[in-house]
Design a binder for this molecule. Structure first.
Ligand SMILES: [Zn+2]
Length: 426
Protein backbone atom coordinates (compact mmCIF):
# COMPACT_ATOMS: atom_id res chain seq x y z
CA UNK A 1 0.00 0.00 0.00
CA UNK A 2 1.74 3.07 -1.19
CA UNK A 3 2.07 5.77 1.41
CA UNK A 4 2.34 8.75 -0.81
CA UNK A 5 1.09 9.13 -4.29
CA UNK A 6 2.75 11.58 -6.61
CA UNK A 7 5.86 13.51 -5.91
CA UNK A 8 6.74 15.17 -2.71
CA UNK A 9 8.74 18.30 -2.27
CA UNK A 10 12.44 18.12 -1.58
CA UNK A 11 13.86 17.58 1.89
CA UNK A 12 14.14 21.30 2.59
CA UNK A 13 10.50 21.80 1.76
CA UNK A 14 9.47 18.94 4.02
CA UNK A 15 11.56 20.29 6.89
CA UNK A 16 9.96 23.65 6.44
CA UNK A 17 6.50 22.08 6.56
CA UNK A 18 7.29 19.99 9.61
CA UNK A 19 8.98 22.95 11.26
CA UNK A 20 5.95 25.16 10.87
CA UNK A 21 3.74 22.35 12.10
CA UNK A 22 5.89 21.90 15.18
CA UNK A 23 5.93 25.58 15.94
CA UNK A 24 2.18 25.44 16.31
CA UNK A 25 2.53 22.99 19.16
CA UNK A 26 1.76 25.09 22.17
CA UNK A 27 3.63 28.18 23.24
CA UNK A 28 4.30 26.85 26.74
CA UNK A 29 6.35 24.03 25.25
CA UNK A 30 10.08 23.80 25.34
CA UNK A 31 10.67 23.25 21.65
CA UNK A 32 13.45 20.79 21.08
CA UNK A 33 14.80 22.28 17.89
CA UNK A 34 18.21 21.83 19.47
CA UNK A 35 19.42 18.43 18.33
CA UNK A 36 21.60 17.84 21.40
CA UNK A 37 18.66 18.62 23.64
CA UNK A 38 16.44 16.12 21.88
CA UNK A 39 19.19 13.49 21.98
CA UNK A 40 19.46 13.88 25.73
CA UNK A 41 15.69 13.69 26.15
CA UNK A 42 15.56 10.61 23.93
CA UNK A 43 18.21 8.85 26.04
CA UNK A 44 16.28 9.71 29.23
CA UNK A 45 13.02 8.50 27.67
CA UNK A 46 14.50 5.17 26.68
CA UNK A 47 16.13 4.49 30.01
CA UNK A 48 14.09 3.77 33.09
CA UNK A 49 16.35 6.18 34.94
CA UNK A 50 19.76 7.53 34.07
CA UNK A 51 22.48 9.75 35.60
CA UNK A 52 24.10 12.80 34.03
CA UNK A 53 27.40 10.90 33.72
CA UNK A 54 25.67 8.06 31.84
CA UNK A 55 23.96 10.61 29.62
CA UNK A 56 27.30 12.14 28.68
CA UNK A 57 28.66 8.67 27.85
CA UNK A 58 25.65 7.74 25.76
CA UNK A 59 25.31 10.95 23.80
CA UNK A 60 29.00 11.85 23.48
CA UNK A 61 28.26 15.34 24.82
CA UNK A 62 30.45 17.05 27.40
CA UNK A 63 29.34 16.85 31.06
CA UNK A 64 28.89 20.63 30.97
CA UNK A 65 26.51 20.48 27.95
CA UNK A 66 24.57 17.61 29.52
CA UNK A 67 24.25 19.55 32.74
CA UNK A 68 22.94 22.67 30.93
CA UNK A 69 20.48 20.69 28.85
CA UNK A 70 19.21 18.74 31.87
CA UNK A 71 18.64 22.00 33.73
CA UNK A 72 16.45 23.26 30.86
CA UNK A 73 14.54 19.95 30.71
CA UNK A 74 13.95 20.08 34.47
CA UNK A 75 12.69 23.65 34.21
CA UNK A 76 10.32 22.61 31.43
CA UNK A 77 9.11 19.74 33.69
CA UNK A 78 9.82 17.21 30.95
CA UNK A 79 12.29 15.45 33.23
CA UNK A 80 12.24 14.69 36.97
CA UNK A 81 14.96 13.92 39.47
CA UNK A 82 14.30 10.43 40.77
CA UNK A 83 16.47 9.79 43.80
CA UNK A 84 20.11 8.79 43.98
CA UNK A 85 21.97 5.66 43.07
CA UNK A 86 25.54 4.67 43.83
CA UNK A 87 27.74 4.62 40.80
CA UNK A 88 31.39 3.94 40.07
CA UNK A 89 33.86 5.27 42.62
CA UNK A 90 31.26 5.10 45.38
CA UNK A 91 29.77 8.47 44.39
CA UNK A 92 26.01 8.78 44.63
CA UNK A 93 24.58 10.10 41.37
CA UNK A 94 21.23 11.85 41.01
CA UNK A 95 19.04 9.85 38.66
CA UNK A 96 16.81 11.41 36.03
CA UNK A 97 13.68 10.10 34.43
CA UNK A 98 11.08 11.24 31.95
CA UNK A 99 8.10 13.06 33.44
CA UNK A 100 5.72 10.89 31.41
CA UNK A 101 2.62 12.76 32.49
CA UNK A 102 3.91 16.23 31.58
CA UNK A 103 2.24 16.08 28.18
CA UNK A 104 -0.09 13.84 26.23
CA UNK A 105 -1.02 13.05 22.64
CA UNK A 106 -4.22 11.89 20.98
CA UNK A 107 -4.07 9.18 18.30
CA UNK A 108 -6.84 8.23 15.89
CA UNK A 109 -6.76 5.21 13.58
CA UNK A 110 -9.44 5.26 10.90
CA UNK A 111 -9.90 1.78 9.44
CA UNK A 112 -12.75 0.68 7.17
CA UNK A 113 -14.70 -1.07 9.92
CA UNK A 114 -13.77 0.85 13.02
CA UNK A 115 -12.10 3.94 14.34
CA UNK A 116 -9.93 3.68 17.44
CA UNK A 117 -8.93 6.62 19.57
CA UNK A 118 -6.31 6.71 22.30
CA UNK A 119 -4.89 9.31 24.61
CA UNK A 120 -1.29 8.47 25.54
CA UNK A 121 1.26 9.94 27.88
CA UNK A 122 4.78 10.90 26.80
CA UNK A 123 5.93 7.30 26.92
CA UNK A 124 3.13 6.26 24.58
CA UNK A 125 1.22 4.48 27.35
CA UNK A 126 -2.53 4.43 26.75
CA UNK A 127 -4.49 6.23 29.44
CA UNK A 128 -7.83 6.40 27.62
CA UNK A 129 -9.20 4.44 24.68
CA UNK A 130 -12.40 4.44 22.67
CA UNK A 131 -13.55 2.37 19.77
CA UNK A 132 -16.44 2.95 17.39
CA UNK A 133 -17.70 2.04 13.96
CA UNK A 134 -16.18 4.27 11.31
CA UNK A 135 -18.93 6.70 10.32
CA UNK A 136 -19.65 6.51 6.61
CA UNK A 137 -22.11 7.44 3.92
CA UNK A 138 -22.80 11.00 5.05
CA UNK A 139 -20.17 12.96 3.19
CA UNK A 140 -17.01 14.49 4.65
CA UNK A 141 -18.52 17.32 6.71
CA UNK A 142 -20.72 15.07 8.88
CA UNK A 143 -18.07 12.39 9.21
CA UNK A 144 -15.52 14.97 10.37
CA UNK A 145 -18.03 16.40 12.87
CA UNK A 146 -18.60 12.94 14.23
CA UNK A 147 -14.86 12.16 14.50
CA UNK A 148 -14.26 15.49 16.24
CA UNK A 149 -17.03 14.71 18.74
CA UNK A 150 -15.31 11.39 19.49
CA UNK A 151 -12.01 13.18 20.06
CA UNK A 152 -13.68 15.63 22.47
CA UNK A 153 -15.46 12.88 24.37
CA UNK A 154 -12.34 10.73 24.70
CA UNK A 155 -10.19 13.64 25.84
CA UNK A 156 -12.87 14.66 28.36
CA UNK A 157 -13.06 11.20 29.89
CA UNK A 158 -9.25 11.00 30.06
CA UNK A 159 -9.35 14.06 32.39
CA UNK A 160 -6.20 15.44 30.78
CA UNK A 161 -6.20 19.27 30.79
CA UNK A 162 -6.52 20.61 27.24
CA UNK A 163 -3.30 22.63 27.49
CA UNK A 164 -1.34 19.43 28.17
CA UNK A 165 -2.26 17.87 24.84
CA UNK A 166 0.46 18.25 22.23
CA UNK A 167 -1.60 17.33 19.21
CA UNK A 168 -3.70 14.83 17.32
CA UNK A 169 -2.12 12.14 15.13
CA UNK A 170 -4.25 10.45 12.50
CA UNK A 171 -3.40 7.14 10.83
CA UNK A 172 -5.29 5.62 7.92
CA UNK A 173 -4.54 2.83 5.47
CA UNK A 174 -3.36 3.70 2.01
CA UNK A 175 -1.77 6.66 0.36
CA UNK A 176 -1.44 9.88 2.26
CA UNK A 177 -0.27 13.13 0.84
CA UNK A 178 1.25 14.02 4.20
CA UNK A 179 2.69 17.31 2.96
CA UNK A 180 -0.72 18.55 1.92
CA UNK A 181 -2.62 16.82 4.75
CA UNK A 182 -4.83 14.89 2.34
CA UNK A 183 -6.07 11.33 2.56
CA UNK A 184 -5.73 10.15 -1.03
CA UNK A 185 -7.81 6.98 -0.82
CA UNK A 186 -9.78 7.08 2.42
CA UNK A 187 -11.19 3.81 3.71
CA UNK A 188 -14.92 3.36 3.49
CA UNK A 189 -15.51 7.06 3.10
CA UNK A 190 -17.08 7.71 -0.30
CA UNK A 191 -16.69 11.14 -1.80
CA UNK A 192 -13.57 11.81 0.23
CA UNK A 193 -10.88 12.11 -2.37
CA UNK A 194 -8.63 15.09 -1.68
CA UNK A 195 -10.45 16.19 1.47
CA UNK A 196 -8.02 18.40 3.45
CA UNK A 197 -8.47 16.30 6.58
CA UNK A 198 -5.55 17.83 8.44
CA UNK A 199 -6.80 21.38 8.01
CA UNK A 200 -10.41 20.47 8.84
CA UNK A 201 -9.45 18.59 12.00
CA UNK A 202 -7.07 21.33 13.09
CA UNK A 203 -9.70 24.02 12.84
CA UNK A 204 -12.36 21.88 14.52
CA UNK A 205 -10.25 20.61 17.45
CA UNK A 206 -7.80 23.49 17.86
CA UNK A 207 -5.03 20.89 18.04
CA UNK A 208 -2.06 20.55 15.70
CA UNK A 209 -2.79 17.53 13.47
CA UNK A 210 -0.35 15.14 11.79
CA UNK A 211 -1.55 12.54 9.28
CA UNK A 212 0.31 9.46 8.11
CA UNK A 213 -0.12 5.98 6.73
CA UNK A 214 -0.98 3.41 9.44
CA UNK A 215 2.07 1.23 8.73
CA UNK A 216 4.43 4.18 9.17
CA UNK A 217 2.58 5.32 12.28
CA UNK A 218 2.76 1.83 13.80
CA UNK A 219 6.50 1.65 13.10
CA UNK A 220 7.05 4.95 14.90
CA UNK A 221 4.78 3.77 17.73
CA UNK A 222 6.80 0.58 18.17
CA UNK A 223 10.05 2.49 18.25
CA UNK A 224 8.66 5.11 20.62
CA UNK A 225 6.89 2.85 23.11
CA UNK A 226 9.41 0.00 22.90
CA UNK A 227 12.16 1.91 24.74
CA UNK A 228 15.48 0.09 24.79
CA UNK A 229 13.94 -3.09 23.37
CA UNK A 230 13.33 -1.24 20.11
CA UNK A 231 16.42 0.87 19.77
CA UNK A 232 18.88 0.55 16.90
CA UNK A 233 17.78 -1.03 13.61
CA UNK A 234 14.59 -2.89 12.81
CA UNK A 235 12.18 -3.73 10.03
CA UNK A 236 8.50 -3.53 10.96
CA UNK A 237 5.86 -5.44 9.01
CA UNK A 238 2.35 -4.09 9.48
CA UNK A 239 -0.68 -6.36 9.05
CA UNK A 240 -3.72 -4.16 8.46
CA UNK A 241 -6.17 -3.89 5.60
CA UNK A 242 -3.03 -4.11 3.46
CA UNK A 243 0.54 -5.16 4.17
CA UNK A 244 2.85 -2.27 4.90
CA UNK A 245 6.02 -1.68 6.77
CA UNK A 246 8.65 0.66 8.02
CA UNK A 247 12.39 0.70 8.47
CA UNK A 248 14.12 2.11 11.52
CA UNK A 249 17.83 2.56 10.90
CA UNK A 250 20.05 3.99 13.61
CA UNK A 251 16.96 4.84 15.69
CA UNK A 252 15.52 6.98 12.89
CA UNK A 253 12.55 6.16 10.75
CA UNK A 254 13.93 5.86 7.24
CA UNK A 255 11.40 7.54 4.95
CA UNK A 256 13.18 7.47 1.62
CA UNK A 257 13.31 10.18 -1.02
CA UNK A 258 9.57 10.20 -1.79
CA UNK A 259 8.58 9.04 1.72
CA UNK A 260 7.64 5.60 0.41
CA UNK A 261 10.39 3.47 1.97
CA UNK A 262 9.37 0.24 3.70
CA UNK A 263 6.72 -0.92 1.22
CA UNK A 264 7.18 -4.56 2.15
CA UNK A 265 3.77 -5.42 0.67
CA UNK A 266 5.03 -4.74 -2.82
CA UNK A 267 8.06 -7.00 -2.82
CA UNK A 268 7.49 -9.46 -5.69
CA UNK A 269 7.10 -13.05 -4.50
CA UNK A 270 5.84 -14.50 -7.80
CA UNK A 271 7.18 -12.96 -11.00
CA UNK A 272 4.41 -14.67 -12.99
CA UNK A 273 1.78 -13.76 -10.45
CA UNK A 274 -1.31 -11.61 -10.77
CA UNK A 275 -1.14 -7.97 -11.67
CA UNK A 276 -1.06 -5.73 -8.59
CA UNK A 277 -2.79 -2.33 -8.51
CA UNK A 278 0.72 -0.86 -8.06
CA UNK A 279 1.61 -1.93 -11.61
CA UNK A 280 3.90 -4.82 -10.68
CA UNK A 281 3.13 -8.55 -10.58
CA UNK A 282 2.88 -11.08 -7.77
CA UNK A 283 3.32 -8.58 -4.94
CA UNK A 284 3.30 -9.98 -1.39
CA UNK A 285 0.16 -8.03 -0.50
CA UNK A 286 -1.84 -9.98 -3.11
CA UNK A 287 -1.31 -13.09 -0.94
CA UNK A 288 -1.29 -11.65 2.58
CA UNK A 289 -4.02 -8.98 2.65
CA UNK A 290 -7.13 -10.09 4.60
CA UNK A 291 -9.39 -10.49 1.56
CA UNK A 292 -6.73 -12.60 -0.21
CA UNK A 293 -6.16 -14.94 2.75
CA UNK A 294 -9.92 -15.43 3.18
CA UNK A 295 -10.29 -16.24 -0.53
CA UNK A 296 -7.42 -18.75 -0.37
CA UNK A 297 -8.98 -20.56 2.59
CA UNK A 298 -12.30 -20.86 0.71
CA UNK A 299 -10.45 -22.27 -2.29
CA UNK A 300 -8.79 -24.87 -0.08
CA UNK A 301 -12.13 -25.83 1.44
CA UNK A 302 -13.68 -26.19 -2.02
CA UNK A 303 -16.15 -23.45 -1.23
CA UNK A 304 -17.22 -20.60 -3.50
CA UNK A 305 -14.44 -18.04 -3.39
CA UNK A 306 -15.93 -14.85 -1.92
CA UNK A 307 -15.38 -11.70 -3.90
CA UNK A 308 -14.63 -9.51 -0.91
CA UNK A 309 -13.68 -5.96 -1.75
CA UNK A 310 -10.22 -4.98 -0.58
CA UNK A 311 -10.42 -2.90 2.61
CA UNK A 312 -14.05 -3.89 3.29
CA UNK A 313 -15.40 -4.44 6.79
CA UNK A 314 -16.62 -7.88 5.62
CA UNK A 315 -13.13 -8.95 4.54
CA UNK A 316 -11.77 -7.87 7.91
CA UNK A 317 -14.41 -9.79 9.87
CA UNK A 318 -13.93 -12.98 7.81
CA UNK A 319 -10.15 -12.69 8.17
CA UNK A 320 -10.46 -12.33 11.93
CA UNK A 321 -12.57 -15.51 12.10
CA UNK A 322 -10.07 -17.39 9.95
CA UNK A 323 -7.13 -16.34 12.16
CA UNK A 324 -9.02 -17.45 15.29
CA UNK A 325 -9.65 -20.81 13.57
CA UNK A 326 -5.94 -21.11 12.79
CA UNK A 327 -5.10 -20.33 16.40
CA UNK A 328 -7.53 -23.05 17.51
CA UNK A 329 -5.74 -25.52 15.21
CA UNK A 330 -8.22 -25.81 12.32
CA UNK A 331 -6.16 -27.66 9.70
CA UNK A 332 -7.15 -25.70 6.61
CA UNK A 333 -6.90 -22.36 8.39
CA UNK A 334 -3.41 -23.27 9.64
CA UNK A 335 -2.29 -24.42 6.18
CA UNK A 336 -3.62 -21.23 4.59
CA UNK A 337 -1.80 -18.98 7.06
CA UNK A 338 1.40 -21.09 6.74
CA UNK A 339 1.32 -20.58 2.99
CA UNK A 340 0.98 -16.80 3.48
CA UNK A 341 3.77 -16.89 6.07
CA UNK A 342 6.11 -18.69 3.67
CA UNK A 343 5.47 -15.93 1.11
CA UNK A 344 6.44 -13.36 3.73
CA UNK A 345 9.52 -15.48 4.51
CA UNK A 346 10.50 -15.29 0.85
CA UNK A 347 10.08 -11.49 0.85
CA UNK A 348 11.97 -11.24 4.16
CA UNK A 349 15.03 -12.92 2.63
CA UNK A 350 15.24 -10.12 0.04
CA UNK A 351 14.60 -7.48 2.66
CA UNK A 352 17.23 -8.86 5.08
CA UNK A 353 19.81 -9.22 2.33
CA UNK A 354 19.37 -5.55 1.45
CA UNK A 355 19.11 -3.90 4.87
CA UNK A 356 20.74 -6.50 7.16
CA UNK A 357 18.75 -5.59 10.27
CA UNK A 358 18.89 -7.83 13.38
CA UNK A 359 15.20 -7.55 14.21
CA UNK A 360 11.89 -7.97 12.40
CA UNK A 361 8.78 -6.91 14.30
CA UNK A 362 5.34 -8.11 13.22
CA UNK A 363 2.50 -5.80 14.22
CA UNK A 364 -1.00 -4.54 13.52
CA UNK A 365 -4.34 -6.15 14.28
CA UNK A 366 -3.95 -8.66 11.43
CA UNK A 367 -1.21 -10.58 13.27
CA UNK A 368 -3.12 -11.00 16.57
CA UNK A 369 -3.94 -14.70 16.41
CA UNK A 370 -1.34 -15.93 13.96
CA UNK A 371 1.93 -14.42 15.25
CA UNK A 372 3.65 -17.76 16.01
CA UNK A 373 3.01 -19.12 12.49
CA UNK A 374 4.59 -16.06 10.89
CA UNK A 375 7.44 -15.96 13.40
CA UNK A 376 8.42 -19.55 12.63
CA UNK A 377 8.46 -18.92 8.87
CA UNK A 378 10.51 -15.75 9.22
CA UNK A 379 13.06 -17.26 11.60
CA UNK A 380 13.58 -20.11 9.18
CA UNK A 381 14.01 -17.64 6.31
CA UNK A 382 16.50 -15.49 8.25
CA UNK A 383 18.52 -18.41 9.63
CA UNK A 384 18.66 -20.60 6.55
CA UNK A 385 18.46 -18.43 3.47
CA UNK A 386 20.10 -15.05 4.03
CA UNK A 387 23.66 -14.12 3.04
CA UNK A 388 24.66 -13.07 6.56
CA UNK A 389 23.12 -16.08 8.33
CA UNK A 390 26.47 -17.34 9.59
CA UNK A 391 27.21 -13.96 11.18
CA UNK A 392 23.95 -13.17 12.92
CA UNK A 393 20.63 -14.54 14.02
CA UNK A 394 17.56 -12.51 13.14
CA UNK A 395 15.14 -11.94 15.99
CA UNK A 396 11.50 -12.10 14.92
CA UNK A 397 9.14 -10.64 17.50
CA UNK A 398 5.55 -9.54 17.66
CA UNK A 399 4.74 -5.93 18.39
CA UNK A 400 4.90 -4.59 21.94
CA UNK A 401 2.01 -2.21 21.28
CA UNK A 402 -0.57 -4.84 20.33
CA UNK A 403 -3.81 -4.54 18.38
CA UNK A 404 -4.03 -0.77 18.79
CA UNK A 405 -0.75 -0.27 16.92
CA UNK A 406 -2.45 2.07 14.44
CA UNK A 407 -3.91 4.37 17.10
CA UNK A 408 -0.89 4.30 19.43
CA UNK A 409 1.26 4.85 16.36
CA UNK A 410 -0.88 7.85 15.43
CA UNK A 411 -0.32 9.38 18.90
CA UNK A 412 3.39 8.60 18.57
CA UNK A 413 3.51 10.63 15.34
CA UNK A 414 2.88 13.66 17.51
CA UNK A 415 5.42 12.65 20.18
CA UNK A 416 8.06 11.69 17.63
CA UNK A 417 7.64 14.90 15.64
CA UNK A 418 7.87 16.99 18.79
CA UNK A 419 10.64 15.26 20.68
CA UNK A 420 12.72 12.93 18.59
CA UNK A 421 16.27 13.72 17.54
CA UNK A 422 16.15 14.47 13.86
CA UNK A 423 18.99 13.92 11.49
CA UNK A 424 17.56 16.62 9.25
CA UNK A 425 18.04 19.19 12.01
CA UNK A 426 21.79 18.79 11.67
ZN1 LIG B 1 2.17 -4.20 -5.79
Amino acid sequence: MDKVRGSRGNQGERDRQEGSRRMGMGTNLLWLGDLNQSRVLDAIRRADSISRVELAEQTGLTPQSVSNIVRRLLEAELVLEAGRRSSRGGKRATMLRLNATAYYAVGMHIDPASTTLVVTDLRGRVIERSHRRTPSGHGPARVIDSLVETVRRTVRSSRVPADRILGLGVATPGPIDAGGGFVVEPPNLPGWHRVPLQEELESATGLPVIIDNDATAATIGERWSGGDQRSGDMAFVYFGTGIGGGLVLGDQLYRGTSWNAGEVGHITVDAQGRLCPCGSRGCLELYLAPHAVVAEAARRRGEAVPDLPRRSAMAIESYDRLCRDAEAGDEIAVATVREAASRLGQAAVSLLNVVDVPLIVLGGWGISHVGPIYQEALREAGDERTIARAMRKVRVETSLIGDDAGAIGAASLVLYTTYSPRVSSL
